[in-house]
Design a protein around this ligand. Structure first.
Ligand code: ADP
Length: 274
């Protein structure tokens, strides 16, 4: 059972399919299962679009835990995570936030791009992320002990901007950490094929192209071409768009606003895509 919930929404926003596909890159499934068994919080580092969110969704399904996902941003407050009093027809009532729901139900709370959240917001995680496993809720006077299945998972992309923001050492030292990267070419081709229903040949060409784009060091690219973008390109191709046009739209334009850089990316596409 996996449920994705948006903060400030009373109802789950999206139920994930029961046959969620995840292609392992190494021993991450075993590591995550160990963390779950030993009630350790997990930090996942890796570039955007490399499979972090899919991994957590697949693990929640595998472990049979409800999943509460929060995309962090700099206006996120502790109340967005923990809950707040709302006004209804019968007066005020308390509504749990996604973190509190996961704590009560023994679910997985996944904070995506946790470095985007202000540090005074992430402090609320501290007593949950060590062996106390408690969530004090000031507003209701509750002192919640996490149900046995509760697991806290955070992720971030350690790109150069985030190195400045970083995570407070006192926060990060509470997590077991795993590093993710783009999958190996043969694994990535399999993922692209499976996710887009494209041919072997298209998947192969796109992965070769992605490798060439990721090796472009002399351009000021904030992000490399992600697995997600490869899948977009493959879907466009499967839908009937020409290969180069699909790659321009999915793998050149999204990566930069700088004209010279986009031209350089298109040149690589022209060289790799026949
Ligand atoms: P992140 O959370 O790292 O930004 P996602 O988990 O959203 O990235 O991955 C982007 C997309 O790439 C997913 O929706 C999925 O289609 C695909 N993907 C990436 N890695 C894998 C994998 N190992 N197995 C299956 N699909 C994957």
């Amino acid at each position: 059972m996996t449920v994705e919930i948006a903060i400030n929404n009373e109802k789950p926003t999206q139920a994930l399919s029961d046959d969620l596909y995840y292609e392992p890159q190494g021993n991450e499934i075993q590591m995550f299962e160990h963390a779950y068994r030993h009630q350790l919080p997990v930090l996942i580092k890796g570039p955007t679009g490399c499979g972090k969110t899919r991994f957590i969704a697949a693990m929640a399904e595998r472990l049979g835990r409800p999943l509460y996902t929060v995309s962090c941003h700099d206006d996120l407050t502790a109340s967005d995570l923990v809950g707040r009093h709302l006004i209804g027809p019968d007066g005020t009532y308390w509504q749990d936030g996604p973190l509190t729901r996961a704590v009560r139900e023994g679910g997985i709370c996944y904070l995506d791009e946790v470095v985007e959240a202000r540090k005074d917001t992430t402090v609320v995680l501290h007593p949950l992320a060590d062996d106390r496993r408690i969530l004090p809720i000031e507003r209701t006077g509750e002192y919640l002990e996490a149900a046995p299945g509760f697991m806290l998972v955070v992720s971030y992309n350690p790109g150069y901007q985030n190195l400045i923001k970083g995570m407070k050492p006192s926060t990060r030292q509470r997590f077991m950490a795993m590093s993710f990267d783009y999958p190996k070419p043969e694994v990535e081709a399999k993922i692209v094929r499976r996710e887009s229903q494209c041919s072997d040949d298209v998947a192969q060409q796109l992965v070769t192209l992605a490798t060439a784009l990721r090796n472009l060091k002399d351009h000021d690219l904030e992000e490399a071409a992600s697995t997600r973008l490869l899948i977009y390109a493959a879907k466009l191709i499967t839908g009937g768009i020409g290969k180069r046009q699909a790659c321009y739209a999915a793998m050149a334009e999204p990566l930069s606003d700088d004209d010279a850089t986009v031209v350089a990316l298109k040149n690589v596409i022209d060289a790799c895509v026949k």
